[in-house]
Design a protein around this ligand. Structure first.
Ligand code: PGA
Length: 902
């Protein structure tokens, strides 16, 4: 069933080692019989994939498995994939050339871009990964933690250690960890709540982001020879994104913010405590500046034993103030409270300034009489200062998000109750804008304390009030962006400002020459093909409103969010990618004319059908001028564990993102305008054909909905307890109303991966000038990235297996009709891709990815087979609960093996 039957796959030695241990665990805990059967299925599947003679004729014995054996078998294969992922991550399969800041700086230097230009860019830059709670992570955190522990143990093994630091035998310790994985329940029994999502994200914050970010800055400062501004930050949606998630309400948001404060202040307390133990500098042996002495004297620490140790005393005072801040912001004292009573900090800047006094003292205070010091700002104190600058008391800036339809209804109700407009919803866009501008011109509130608002309005108002409270409590960095899903018009943006005005966050201009003030920026999210096309007009109209232009100018930048998955579901892979490119490109001159910096926020998922693929490649391939140092990108679900699960992984991924931003923003544009225009014209034509083909398949015949629902495990996916939000916004079964995640997830499980390629083959084949396509594939980064992501998807899909899923469709003729069309499209797509990229088989030019995928395929196929059989039994009405459990396990296992779900 493989695309390339005769090629040999290079085995990664770690996979061999871990696979052998897993086999031993299965034998010890599952018994010889299970081990024997699993091993037989594994080896026959591998043989089949290697194209060994007669392998197809051998029955691997899948159908003979009992239900209990099936569950155990699926877990075994899932664990193998989990361990294979780990082994691959260790080998840095994803490492890309030029994907580090030092390489980017060198490359830029060779192109005549010096360090000053880089520093100037960074002065106005913002690079922000935005963690979302998007439900695509199928693994429980306990499984991820065991995996991380194995990675740590393997690192010790690399260093030649035979024992852990505690003295356990290393091989045994690894084996024990695998045995724990084997005995840990992979599926969640209970649904996830928003607080669980918050808690999971906090563990990444504490273990990974808090230590890694300052370390990276230190590293880059050495490369660039200068202190860097705070351009790389972490943002989050968890507890703030309520679009389609009724459980994100004011309380959930408050809880998320308070947990965040607890994590970050707890982290500072532990750092300050450790430094207190370390900085035993005595006035008898070192010169200590007056400022440090003054801080020590004001600290309230009057222990005689520390009388000559001003740094320690000052740190006691800082600890005491942090402890008081913890009480104020989190509502309780920290785990190790300070014995000293002190005033809380009003803001993180005060903490930073006190730490800076100490750093300054350390820098200047060499041995008595001798002015030299080994304490640079990059030491522990320097890193803590940077941490405070980046994470404040809020940890990660939290975005808010809601659907524009909600804002419309809420604003309509407020306007009606206040007697301003009777039927706002019936007004056209021009009139709506007029009404909203009228409201924004003065600070008069619309909300009346005596009105009896609908439940929806009351709920929306309360979360916006919670945002205003958060600003009071944690400072202006706590919430800076308000994303508007389904943003399609200027009124969608103004409505949010009207709501923010109600809680005092938006302040009307004080006079004709002044700008409004609003620390929260309303950000439209353009996410259908039509909305992306309209985006430039909407932004032009937005900037034509003087007070909005003034607001954006005062802030210096305006963000626009562009949605990858929904545009893909709407218009197919190629048209979505092309529309995103065109919209970004067309927005650039509009911002330049307005004199406002553009900040694009890329809403992309892990899977290619949701805009996934290499972030490094994707950022580098953005149209020139669209990045210019400012970018935000969503990081979702399984991508968070894969990219940021370990400090080393997080470092290299943040390096890659930063270096791609530097390269895209600063590399001289060598492209020839005429050639670019020619490529764009070709792309426009190709995209139109792809769009028509995709829309015709997915939307022209209602039967396709039934086909999709019956062929894929969509219903079973919706039951997976992997996120706090429902799989659908509404009850409708229309594809338009389905969220993009389950759409992509379902096609991936059935190995069709339709959202990652459908329509492309037909469109490319219909384009006459194949030489031009080849040229585009060779020299246009946008087209290259588009094809290379698609190639990965094609390599993971398998039409032979998909055909078996198609047989699940009750109406056989209808099922065959749609499936034949999909299969023909797949063949055509693969053939033309190989032709224009000049390759004998898929991934011929990406050997490590080829290896990685080929290694996994034999493990996925039996899982698909079992999934299909279990789905048949479930649909036939069998009610043994192990069937449902088996399907869920198989979903989990296949997603793990494919390395992305939805
Ligand atoms: P959304 O995200 O449904 O939250 O807009 C879609 C996605 O990330 O794929």
């Amino acid at each position: 069933m493989t695309n390339t039957p005769s090629l040999t796959v290079r085995q990664n030695p770690d996979i061999k080692y871990l696979g052998k241990l897993l086999g031993d665990v299965i034998r010890s805990y599952g018994g010889d019989e299970l081990y024997r059967r699993t091993e037989y299925i594994r080896s026959t599947s591998v043989d089949r994939h290697r194209g060994l003679a007669d392998a197809d004729a051998i029955d691997p014995g899948l159908d003979a498995l009992s239900l209990d054996e099936t569950l155990a078998f699926v877990r075994g294969f899932m664990l193998f994939s989990l361990l294979a992922n780990l082994a691959e991550d260790r080998q840095g399969v994803a490492a890309e050339e030029g994907a580090s800041v030092v390489e980017a700086v060198q490359l830029l230097a060779s192109e005549g871009v010096d360090k000053d230009a880089i520093l100037a860019l960074l002065d106005n830059a913002l690079i922000a990964p935005v963690l979302t709670a998007h439900p695509t992570e199928v693994r429980r955190k306990s499984m991820i933690d065991h995996k991380a522990r194995i990675a740590e143990l393997l690192l010790m093994k690399d260093d030649g250690d035979a024992e852990t630091t505690e003295g356990d035998d290393l091989d045994e310790a690894i084996m024990r960890q695998i045995a724990l994985l084997w005995q840990t329940r992979p599926l969640r029994r209970e649904r996830l709540f928003v607080t669980d999502e918050v808690q999971i994200s906090q563990s990444y914050m504490k273990d990974v982001f808090l230590p890694v970010l300052p370390k990276l800055y230190g590293k880059w400062e050495k490369v660039l020879g200068h202190r860097l501004p705070n351009f790389l930050k972490l943002n989050s949606w968890i507890g703030g994104d309520r679009d389609g998630n009724p459980f994100v309400d004011a309380d959930a948001m408050r809880e998320a913010l308070s947990r965040a404060a607890e994590t970050v202040i707890g982290y500072y307390l532990s750092r300050v405590h450790a430094m207190g133990a370390e900085l035993s500098i005595s006035t008898e042996l070192a010169e200590v500046p007056d400022e440090v002495e003054a801080l020590a004297d004001a600290s309230g620490d009057d222990a005689l034993s520390r009388k000559d140790e001003p740094y320690r005393r000052a740190l006691s005072g800082i600890y005491a103030r942090l402890s008081a801040t913890h009480l104020k912001l989190c509502g309780h004292v920290p785990g190790r409270p300070s014995p000293i009573q002190a005033e809380p900090y009003d803001n993180p800047q005060q903490l930073r300034d006190e730490l800076a006094v100490l750093a300054h003292g350390l820098r200047g205070g060499g041995a008595k009489g001798e002015k030299q010091s080994v304490f640079a700002t990059s030491g522990a104190l320097g890193r803590l200062i940077r941490t405070v600058e980046l994470f404040g008391f809020h940890l990660a800036t939290l975005d808010m998000r809601q659907n524009s339809r909600f804002h419309e209804r809420v604003v309509a109700e407020l306007l009606k109750e206040a007697g301003v407009a009777d039927d706002y919803l019936a007004q056209d866009e021009a009139r709506r804008v007029e009404i909203l501008r009228g409201e924004l011109a003065n600070n008069r509130p619309l909300v009346s304390p005596w009105a009896d608002y609908s439940e929806e309005t009351a709920k929306e108002l309360s979360i916006i009030r919670a945002a205003a409270e958060a600003h009071q409590k944690y400072g202006p960095e706590v919430i800076t962006n308000y994303n508007i899903s389904n943003g399609e018009s200027v009124s969608d943006i103004l409505e949010v400002y009207v709501l923010l005005m109600e809680v005092g966050l938006y302040r009307a201009p004080e006079n004709e020459n002044a700008a409004p003030i609003c620390p929260v920026m309303a950000v439209p999210l353009f996410e259908t093909v039509a909305d992306l096309e309209n985006a430039p007009d909407v932004i032009t109209e937005f900037f034509a409103i003087p007070e909005m232009l003034a607001l954006a100018k005062t802030r210096g930048h305006q963000e626009v969010m562009i949605g990858y998955s929904d545009s893909n579901k709407d218009g197919g892979y190629l048209t979505s990618t092309w529309s995103l490119f065109k919209a970004s490109d067309a927005l650039t001159p509009i911002f330049a004319k307005a004199g406002v910096k553009m900040q694009l926020f890329h809403g992309r998922g892990g899977a290619v059908g949701r805009g996934g693929g290499s972030a490094f490649g994707a950022i580098k391939a953005q149209p020139k001028g669209t990045v210019a140092g400012r970018i935000r990108i969503t990081e979702q679900g399984e991508v968070i564990a894969a990219k940021y699960g370990t400090q080393a992984g997080a470092e290299s991924n943040l390096e890659a993102m930063t270096s791609a931003v530097l390269l895209n923003s600063l590399e001289p544009d060598k492209s020839d305008q005429a050639v670019q225009a020619d490529f764009a014209a070709a792309m426009e034509k190709i995209s139109q054909v792809a769009f028509t083909e995709y829309r015709d398949l997915v939307y022209s015949d209602d039967a396709f909905r039934t086909f999709f629902r019956q062929m894929t495990p969509l219903t079973e996916i919706a039951k997976l307890k992997i996120g706090s939000r429902p799989a659908s916004r509404t009850q409708s079964d229309k594809i338009e109303d389905l969220r993009a995640i389950p759409w992509v997830f379902s096609w991936a499980q059935a190995r069709v991966m339709l959202p990652g390629w459908y329509g492309v083959g037909q469109a490319l084949a219909a384009f006459d000038d194949k030489a031009k396509l080849k040229e585009m594939a060779q020299s246009w980064p946008f087209f290259q990235a588009t094809l290379s992501n698609m190639e990965m998807v094609l390599a993971k899909s398998d039409m032979g297996i998909a055909a078996r899923y198609a047989e699940l469709v009750e109406d056989r003729d209808m099922g065959q009709k749609f499936f034949n069309r999909i299969r023909a499209g797949w063949d055509q797509t693969r053939d033309i891709l190989l032709e224009i990229t000049d390759q004998p088989h898929l991934l011929a030019k990406s050997p490590s990815l080829f290896n990685s995928i080929e290694l996994r395929l034999p493990y996925i196929e039996p899982l698909n087979h079992l999934q299909i059989e279990l789905m048949k039994r479930l649909r036939a009405g069998e009610d043994d609960p192990r069937i449902g459990e088996g399907i869920q396990l198989s979903l989990n296992a296949i997603a793990t093996a494919l390395r992305n779900s939805g």
